[in-house]
Design a protein around this ligand. Sequence first.
Ligand SMILES: [Zn+2]
Length: 132
Amino acid sequence: MAGGSRRTRAARRRKRRMDSVEHDLADAQWDALVQAWGGCAYCGAGPDHLQRDCVLPISRGGRYTLTNVVPACRSCNASKCNQEVTTWLRRKGLDERAFLASHIRVLASLDTYRGGSGAGTPADPLPLDPAG
Ligand SMILES: [Zn+2]
């Protein structure tokens, strides 16, 4: 009787995959995100009791990464669940453009937390025109 060893192995492999996904977002990155947003990314509530919300839900291929996680209050997190973020914002009557703009701004300000070597250069420098 070789009871269940295969199932155990599959469960362990699944667990390891989930762990590695979770750990893509370092604690320092999370702290920086919370600080940058200053509260719930969607409604501004907080900054206490914020939860990690995936902008693109895990069920839609999202991951726990710096670029995909925002702090959300319990109410927003529960309400959004696994809906597509812009659809949900519109339904809630929240300003999706303001959210997307803030998201870009926050990520730009957190560039140093990405953990890379920093070798990359910005592809698109701001189009500053000295001639005004
Ligand atoms: Zn909220």
